[in-house]
Ligand binder design. Structure first.
Ligand code: PLP
Length: 475
């Protein structure tokens, strides 16, 4: 009996051809490439067939057509797309780290839509250098003699080790043999760069005499590594940078510092202590400094290397430089970002990362209150909405000890768990990434831009209930 109804339903399924020839088929074909329409129709029919076979499900042509429309909408949307970061983690590596402002993107667009002087010296009418565009400004804001930029900081470290220490020894404190996220481990990068690791000192204490003891005729480099998201506390000792630089001079060994985040401005003024600036490290006499473009600098992904001219020149000549080179879009964005640092207040105001780090408590509270008020109105009784004191993080391995008080919108759904709402928020038309705490959803006001509030409220309302009801309430 059951078999018979199944057979009947299967026989009634439309064919791909029939669906393509229908009015809706014509509409799909008018708007989408044929290959995409055919694939979507096939998948929707297959889905219906599986439903019938597995659970004797009912179907009608409207359901199948809806399935096709849904698939077409999903397939024609780029896979890489914006999300709303409501986690409060500013440099969220999974969410693209540093957001860029319109002014920065305008410059990228201007440079990339046509031709540019990327490797052309306009004044001389001859071939120019790709890196020339950022050398001047990097010298200006860091005090270094020369600079170069590659794909990311991991590449910068690898390149420096390859160019300056391949086949020779690099002395590193045991307290700095770190792993940061994404499989960047100092001993592994060292090996990949062909350098031989010479460990100095112990995990918690490394004295200058430990560096001295590890130095020999094969020593090519002293390497210091910023511990990023890791701290050794208590009974600890690290050789002062000035002493290490002095030792380097005496022994003829260059000192390299992988700063990781690399802040250009002194954040202590804004209550964020403990981060050395790139200029301080350069002025301390460090010969080569590497840092990321998209951490505290607040720019595009990139690995910036600044330091002594002779060393930067030999790095530039290494074949890996060509393999790790950045494109015009990165250079355009980076130059626009670096220029903002000529005026510290301007950098704080116009670089989203710095604005989010230094935003006032009052602004955060006001933003959270606006979101909460609009949400409460949009969702009615579907959730309890209030604002709450929480903490945000810098993220990206930067400033791990710096806890920033923030204001968040705290949502407790009436008819589903917080986990279920979190999933719906991810799956929505505008994906919203949130934190879940004690069965409540938290939306941290720090990483939500004002221009995103409307979309955010809409997304939460849709995730909590049916769209029609919330449109009605918002009237
Ligand atoms: C983040 C970091 C890196 C890697 O930088 P990317 O730009 O992510 O490649 C390397 N070293 C340190 C100390 C870091 O903090």
């Amino acid at each position: 009996m059951a078999d018979k109804t199944i057979q009947k339903k299967l026989a009634a399924l439309p064919s791909v051809d029939e669906m393509l020839r229908s009015d809706e088929g014509a509409a799909w074909l008018a708007r989408h490439p044929r290959s995409l329409v055919v694939a979507s129709v096939r998948e929707a029919i297959d889905d219906a067939r599986r439903g019938i076979l597995d659970s004797n499900a009912a179907f009608d042509s409207v359901t199948i057509a809806d399935g096709v429309s849904m698939r077409l909408a999903k397939k024609s949307r780029p896979h890489l797309r914006p999300v709303i970061n409501a986690t409060g983690v500013i440099l969220h590596t999974n969410l693209g780290r540093a957001p860029l402002s319109d002014a920065i993107l305008d410059h990228v667009k201007e440079v990339s839509r046509g031709y540019s002087n990327l490797e052309y010296d306009i004044e001389r009418g001859e071939r120019g250098k790709r890196y020339s565009h950022i050398v001047g400004i990097l010298r200006e804001i860091t005090g270094a003699e020369d600079a170069i930029v590659v794909n990311n900081n991991a590449a910068a470290v690898l390149l420096c080790l390859s160019a300056l220490a391949a086949g020779r020894e690099v002395v590193v404190s045991r307290g700095e043999l770190i792993e940061i996220g994404g499989a960047f481990r100092v001993p592994d990068v060292m090996r990949a760069g062909g350098a031989i690791l010479r460990e100095a000192g112990t995990t918690n204490k490394t004295h200058l005499r430990d560096y001295e003891a590890a130095t020999g005729p094969e020593t090519a480099l002293y390497l210091k590594v910023h511990p990023s998201n890791y701290r050794i506390i208590g009974f600890t000792k690290e050789a002062p940078l000035a002493d290490l630089v002095k030792l380097g001079r005496e022994r003829g060994v260059p000192v390299m510092y992988d700063l990781g985040s690399g802040s250009i401005i002194d954040l202590a003024k804004y209550g964020i202590g403990g981060e050395p600036t790139v200029r301080e490290v350069v002025e301390a006499g460090v010969d080569v400094v590497t840092f990321s473009g998209d951490k505290l600098l607040g720019g595009p992904q990139g690995g910036i290397i600044v330091g002594r001219k002779a060393l930067i020149q030999s790095i530039q000549k290494h074949p890996l430089t060509r393999a790790l080179r950045v494109d015009k879009m990165t250079l355009a964005a980076l130059e626009a970002v670096l220029m903002l640092y000529r005026d510290e207040e301007q950098a704080i105001r116009e670089l989203p990362v710095l604005s989010m780090l230094t935003v006032s408590d009052e602004t955060l509270k006001r933003r959270a209150a606006i979101i909460a008020k609009r949400l409460a109105k949009a969702v009615g009784g579907a959730a309890d909405v209030k604002i709450a004191r929480e903490a945000s993080q810098a993220g990206g391995g930067s400033l791990p000890e710096h806890e920033m008080k923030t204001w968040a919108v705290s949502i407790s759904p009436a008819n589903m768990s917080a986990a279920a709402l979190e999933e719906k928020l991810r799956a929505g038309e505008t994906a919203v990434i949130v934190r879940v705490k004690e069965d409540r959803i938290l939306l941290d006001a720090r990483t939500i831009a004002d221009r995103e509030i409307q979309a955010l409220v809409g997304a939460v309302a849709v995730a909590l209930g049916d769209r029609a009801a919330c449109v009605e309430r918002l009237k």
